[in-house]
Design a protein around this ligand. Structure first.
Ligand code: GLU
Length: 524
């Protein structure tokens, strides 16, 4: 501890008297009225204009933990890095969250939820630390810090502002006044009492107890250029006053844990429980090896990719849910739960490293998901997707919703045998494209048996029920000395251009008599 500053000097150092005392802040943000065991979580993105699939994974953990414990999930915008700010970036986050169905509950009482609007709170806590001698104003200029770094590097010391290198650590009131009179604005630094020869024990909900050397760096709490807090300090104040119980964040923050514990202890506050998540990996298509997903190389890193390509958002969530709670798939297959929202996930089981995001696996989840949808829901999703992201051709496909519904109804009537070849909304339209004449490409390569086509068309009546229709195929087959399957195959290819399609009778009924005849005539 060092000498605390006088109230007047604190006001000068911070560019204004603090608005609140600590007691006032505690009263302003009282404990939440929640049942015991309720989780209070938050997604706290820095608005960069990009929503990474890893962010979505993180949101899912936050949201799920709050949902299954009747807790609270908040969205907090960490916009204290004014240099990195991007126009419209918050909308990117909010619209991605809403597309995937994540609602947050930002109770006004604990707001504001933009860090840039919480300066009063940070400055009030900083004032307390300055008064207690737990923080100090630092007037080091960037050039001076560069010099220090060079010296440290040359001498083989750890870089940073600590101990003897922290020039202003014990700065007196007189010197502070001199700097201020000179028009300089200080940063506010932690007066660290940590000793790296000692170890500090911290808790991570996934990793258990982890120990680190104590932190001895006098880290910046409030920046000199804009008076805004650093992540470390903002996190301390916000997660305390918002009563966050669980901080879910990327593993890149794990090394900061000793500092965060130090800050909470210094304030006499209980730290939240931390959950550091692993980054998502993928299997590299070229090397076949597992590697981190890359913003530069992998389009699927960007959450907007899944929306634009028409992946069912629920399936993406189901799959991410299975990555973070590996028992989920089994529980679902056994019919113990219907969706991830019914499954209780355990924070301890969240993967610590190497969580693999595999597009092939996602396909399975997507097929299973689409197979469960009633046809009107499937149609609505396809139509909404095409309106927003589809090509001109896709828009023509959805123009006649009745026809589209008939097309997509094929092989959906028998719950036990629902077709599972639809993966995305985009691919669904592509898969059934032959139903539209302008997209149908006749298959002229196929070695048709023209007698089959002639015979069929001679007997064909579009009003035939399935039995009669089949009898005619059998009759044609007998007459020509073929198997019924061979007759059907000739018709299938003539109708669709493909050898593999859903039920032929159903698809001919949807195509209608005129199209059926026309397509056969093309081949004749
Ligand atoms: N803004 C921080 C980030 O984007 C948040 C980390 C946290 O959730 O505490 O990494």
């Amino acid at each position: 501890m060092r000498n605390g500053l006088s109230k007047d000097l604190i006001a000068r150092v911070l560019g204004g008297a603090p608005k609140y005392t600590l007691e006032e802040l505690e009263a302003k943000f009282p404990p939440r009225d929640l049942k015991e065991g309720a989780f209070v979580t938050r997604f706290a993105p820095s608005p960069t204009g990009y929503m990474h699939i890893g962010n979505l994974y993180s949101v899912l953990i936050d949201f799920k933990l709050a949902q299954q414990s009747n807790g609270v999930f908040m969205l907090r915008i960490e916009d204290t890095d004014t240099k990195r700010e991007v126009e419209g970036a918050v909308d990117v986050v909010k619209s991605a969250m809403s597309s995937f169905g994540f609602k947050y509950n930002n109770d006004e009482k604990y707001g504001p939820y933009y860090q840039s609007k919480r300066k009063d709170i940070y400055h009030s806590v900083a004032a307390y630390l300055l008064e207690k001698g737990l923080a100090y104003p630092c007037f080091l200029k960037p050039e001076e810090m560069d010099e220090i770094r060079k010296k440290q590097t040359a001498a083989g010391f750890a870089t940073g502002i600590y101990g003897e290198f922290a020039r202003d650590r014990d700065i007196g009131e007189e010197d502070i006044i001199k700097h201020l009179d000179n028009g300089e604005t200080p940063s506010i630094r932690l007066y660290s009492n940590g000793n790296p020869n000692n170890r500090i024990f911290c808790k991570d909900a996934v990793r258990g107890s982890v120990s680190f050397p104590e932190n001895n760096e006098d880290l910046v709490l409030i920046k000199s250029n804009d008076g805004l807090p650093t992540y470390h300090f903002a996190h301390l104040c916000d997660d305390h006053f918002m009563h966050t119980t669980h901080v879910v964040r990327g593993e890149e923050w794990l090394p900061s844990l000793p500092l965060h514990y130090q800050l909470f202890r210094m304030m006499g506050w209980t730290p939240p429980l931390y959950i550091h998540t692993s980054t998502l990996d993928k299997i590299d298509a070229e090397t076949g090896k597992q590697r981190k997903m890359s913003k530069r190389k992998d389009p699927e890193c960007n959450v907007s990719f899944f929306l634009a390509e028409g992946w069912p958002t629920d399936a993406v969530i189901e799959y991410l849910g299975n990555i973070l709670a590996s028992g989920y798939e089994e529980a679902k297959l056994k019919g113990q739960v219907k969706t991830f929202w019914d499954y209780e996930m355990k924070p301890k089981k969240i993967p610590m490293s190497g969580a693999l995001f595999d597009m092939k696996k996602l396909e399975w989840w997507a097929k299973e998901h689409i197979a469960t949808l009633p046809v009107d829901v499937l149609v609505k999703n396809v139509v909404d997707w095409a309106n927003k992201y589809g090509s001109e051709d896709n828009k023509k496909q959805i123009a006649d919703v009745k026809y589209l519904t008939a097309v997509l109804s094929i092989e959906r009537d028998n719950i036990k045998r629902i077709r599972k070849d639809f993966i995305t909304w985009k691919q669904t339209l592509n898969e059934v494209s032959y139903f539209w004449d302008f997209l149908f490409t006749p298959n002229r390569e196929y070695p048709y048996n023209k007698d089959v086509l002639r015979e069929f068309i001679a007997t064909y009546d579009e009003n035939d029920d399935k039995d009669t229709w089949w009898q005619k195929i059998v009759y044609t087959a007998e007459k020509l000395g073929l198997k019924p399957g061979e007759v059907a195959m000739n018709l299938r290819v003539a109708m669709t251009g493909r050898t593999n399609t859903p039920d032929l009778y159903s698809l001919m009924s949807v195509l209608g008599g005129a199209r059926v005849k026309e397509r056969i005539n093309i081949m004749l």
